[in-house]
Design a protein around this ligand. Structure first.
Ligand code: ARG
Length: 461
């Protein structure tokens, strides 16, 4: 069985159906670079223990270098007979270093500790790419917020007009969510920075290897303290998948808003031509496909997480072959995000906001009723009463099909003697906005402070 990593105890080779089922090179060969890096580190610790002499180490490292070159150039790839990335690379090593020397590298390691380590290396690299792309989304939001520092829009709850807010405040609300996603990726890395290499199949190695050295060479902070945990744990993968799904959900939420904002009915934004699509039959169409694909692909990211958790549930310690199923959902999550994030940051960065229309609608739908109630409270009226009186003002305006500010002085005092014409100071969009000036509020000054704080928090990231 050419290139197989096992076989001695078997009288016959694997059935075709088993070989086909077992094979993972079609997806795990993308980990080849990491497996070769692990092999280099492993060769060095074998050398330190005396299991490779100086010449053997040099020969091994040069063969690994040539193998890596050939992998990167595409000259070397998995063969039909290779079961997985480890088998393929061992075949490649034997071809380059010779059977005698190449055959020494597998001492003291197992595919179980190799694959657990490769997965972490892969995810840590891609977490950095994803973090940079999430940062670009945040930057796009901040740039738009800074371009519209004092543009009002209808703030909504239940999708109904609630209170006026600043567009910048609304955009930054999304930015905070992405900033937390970014922090999650950073926090996650601390737990992912532990190397399982040296755990062997499950029980560690008898060859006097130094897992800490390998860990450091591969960019990890430390080696695992428990070889069973090292080979069997996948919670760190699942945590990454959760963060990926959360990023997806956050992308989906802003996308849903963009889709709504771009409707004729809302007319809050125009999508840039470069980030919208046409229809094959309706010549006038300009569709928000980026946002829709973000909404759609978030479902896929959630599926990657739940699929992985489903695989892990019920697995006894230590390694089980089920764990081979951990890779595809993670690759899919990484590929999906890396495809999606640049498109979404591009879409957000190029949105053209129709600020006049948004400002015109901001106070409508009786969105200043709370301002009347809170103004009354400042005049000493108990809130319960103030709420009732503001509600009566809404009823009066609704009956006449006008807005609150259209009520006459007589109509207002008719509702209550407390509702003097002075209430009109808050019956405007900016009267309302400016009054919400405490920390976290939507007043222009509070939003400016918020933006400075967000930038301060993002600085170390
Ligand atoms: N291809 C395997 C995986 O992805 C590598 C580990 C195989 N270990 C084993 N004992 N069969 O999990």
């Amino acid at each position: 069985n050419e290139g197989a990593l096992w076989g001695g105890r078997f009288a016959s080779g694997p059935a075709d159906a088993l070989a086909a089922l077992s094979k993972s090179t079609q997806f795990d060969f993308r980990l080849a670079r990491y497996d070769i890096a692990g092999s280099r580190a492993h060769a060095r610790v074998l050398h330190r223990t005396g299991l490779l002499d100086d010449a053997e180490l040099a020969g091994m490292l040069s063969a690994l270098d040539r193998l890596e070159e050939d992998v990167l150039s595409g000259a070397f790839g998995p063969a039909a007979s290779d079961e997985d990335v480890h088998g393929a690379l061992e075949r490649g090593l034997l071809e380059r270093a010779g059977e005698e020397l190449g055959g020494k590298l597998r001492a003291g390691r197992s595919r179980n500790d190799q694959i657990a380590t490769m997965g972490r290396m892969f995810l840590r690299d891609h977490a950095r790419v994803v973090a940079a792309q999430v940062t670009a989304v945040i930057d796009a939001l901040i740039t738009q917020a800074e371009a519209h520092p004092e543009a009002p829009m209808p703030g909504r709850t239940h999708l109904q007009h609630a209170q006026p807010v600043l567009l910048s405040h609304h955009l930054l609300a999304h930015a905070w969510a992405f900033a937390r996603d970014l922090q999650r990726l950073m926090d996650w890395d601390a737990r992912a920075a532990v190397s399982p290499y040296g755990s062997g199949a499950l029980a560690g190695s008898s060859l006097g290897l130094d897992p800490q050295r390998v860990a450091e060479e591969l960019g990890f902070a430390e080696a695992t303290w428990n070889s069973i945990d090292g080979t069997a744990a996948r919670d760190v993968y699942a945590e990454f998948a959760w963060v990926a799904a959360m990023v997806g959900v956050d992308l989906s939420r802003i996308s849903e808003e963009v889709i709504f904002w771009a409707t004729k009915e809302a007319s809050f934004v125009t999508l840039d031509d470069a980030f919208s699509t046409g229809s094959s039959i309706m010549p006038q169409k300009k569709n928000p496909d980026v946002a829709e694909l973000a909404r759609g692909k978030s479902g896929r990211l959630i599926g990657d997480l739940t699929g992985l958790l489903g695989t892990l549930k019920g697995l006894p310690l230590a390694y089980n072959r089920d764990l081979q199923e951990d890779k595809e959902p993670l690759f899919d999550a990484v590929d999906t995000l890396e495809l999606l994030l640049p498109a979404v940051s591009g879409m957000i960065g190029t949105l053209e906001f129709h600020t006049e229309r948004m400002a015109e609608l901001a106070p409508r739908g009786f969105a200043l009723a709370t301002d009347i109630a809170e103004w009354l409270v400042r005049q000493g009226v108990p809130f319960r009463v103030a709420h009732e009186l503001a509600g009566e003002a809404v009823r009066a305006a609704e009956a006449r099909d006008v807005e609150l500010w259209d009520l006459t002085d007589e109509e207002l005092t008719g509702i209550s003697e407390h509702l003097t014409p002075a209430v009109r100071t808050v019956l405007s969009t900016f009267g309302s906005l400016n009054s919400r000036s405490s920390r976290g509020g939507t007043a222009p000054q509070a939003v400016a402070e918020q933006l400075a704080e967000l930038k301060r928090q993002l600085e170390p990231i």
